[in-house]
Design a protein around this ligand. Structure first.
Ligand SMILES: [Fe+2]
Ligand SMILES: [Fe+2]
Length: 362
């Protein structure tokens, strides 16, 4: 006892002096001595689904109560999807992705601005509706994907007679983490159309202006008619046991991921198809474009139908099933995989491989 007491006093005195000087001993950081024993990450948020019935009903009420414009109104009439596990932190759908549903009524314009956040728009409803990026109009028809890469001017306009509704995917949690949140309003309400529709597409085809150095961040539109036809062409093939038939919307210049921070994908589950479970360090947002089915993520069962949005966390085993025996189910996905790959952190394995790995370490 005579030996222990001075030692304890000594540690306590050291701890206090370290605190006074804004330092901390590694042994005191709430970790055990097995710090570097075999460990795996847990999902950073919870699997969760937002039903389209709720989204559309609440978007309708928002339309009645919230104007679009200046002077006490809002610059963007959007409903943010907030993961219950992230309500006190990033207030976003996943730990790396902010997702919201946006409504622009006939005759309305969501004012032009730009920001360091990169964004994608996936159209749910709209005809004669446009997102203008860097003075080029991009038509927005249901199922189309439109990119508004970081620091590009963009505004949204509804020239049609019905509502314009789209899903926003924005990398804002990452910008928040880096402390790189820059935004800037455009001098006018909206940009002039100085380029024709399909200007960028024509310049990035197999025939390009000679000697032109292509920018890395280009706005682009991927029409649903083309994406759907590409899926149909692959539907007779074997597909992937974990992903069914999966297409990526590749970057039009590099052929790599859609944007530096986000990968957009379109997944088809053929009638009755059920995938095998796997897991990966990336996480994702899913939006149901066609059909109905179920996704099981960890121990959570998410039953989905057209319009629903759901989130699948990182390193969480998951599988999907198309509950229709007649028609395909189609899911639009935004994944943070490029962020993981940028740091060499992307890992993916089947549940069989994972079980074998755990057994080998016991
Ligand atoms: Fe924006
Ligand atoms: Fe997956």
């Amino acid at each position: 006892l005579a030996l222990v007491a001075p030692l304890a006093d000594g540690i306590e005195a050291l701890r206090k002096e370290l605190t006074d000087h804004n330092m901390q001993g590694f042994w005191d950081m709430g970790r055990e001595l097995d710090e570097f024993a075999f460990k795996e990450p847990r999902g950073k948020f919870q699997p969760y689904i937002w039903k389209w019935d709720d989204i559309s009903r609440l978007l309708g009420r928002t339309s009645d109560l919230v104007g679009l414009g200046g002077h006490g109104e809002t610059a963007r009439r959007t409903l943010r999807l907030v993961n219950p596990a992230l309500r006190q932190s990033s207030n976003s759908m996943t730990h790396t992705l902010h997702t919201s549903i946006q409504l622009v009524n006939p005759g309305e314009v969501a004012d032009a601005h730009r920001h360091t956040m990169g964004a994608i728009r996936f159209v749910v409803e709209g005809h004669d509706t446009f997102t203008t990026v860097e003075n080029e109009p991009f038509p927005m028809e249901p199922g189309d994907l439109i990119l508004t890469p970081q620091w590009t001017w963009h505004d949204h306009e509804n020239k049609g007679s019905g509502p314009m509704v789209f899903v926003n995917g924005v990398d804002s949690p990452l910008m928040q983490y880096f402390g790189c949140w820059f935004t800037e309003p455009f001098p006018d309400k909206q940009q002039l159309w100085t380029k024709p529709v399909d200007f960028t597409r024509q310049h990035l085809g197999l025939l390009r202006p000679a000697g032109r150095h292509e920018p890395q961040d280009v706005a682009f539109r991927y029409p649903y008619t083309e994406a759907r036809a590409a899926l149909a062409l692959l539907a007779d093939g074997p597909g992937d046991p974990h992903d069914g038939v999966l297409l990526e919307y590749v970057h039009p210049v590099t052929g790599g991921h859609t944007l530096p921070t986000m990968s957009c994908l379109l997944q088809m589950l053929r009638p009755g198809e059920r995938t095998q479970a796997h897991r990966h360090t990336s996480s994702g947002m899913f939006h149901v474009v066609e059909g109905r089915g179920v996704t099981v993520a960890g121990d959570v069962r998410l039953e989905w139908e057209r319009g629903d949005c759901f989130a699948v966390p990182n390193w969480t085993p998951h599988w999907h099933e198309n509950l229709s025996a007649e028609g395909p189910a189609i899911l639009f996905i935004v994944s943070d995989r490029p962020q993981l790959e940028a740091f060499g952190l992307y890992r993916e394995m089947s549940e069989e491989e994972h079980a074998a790995q755990l057994a080998a370490r016991r």
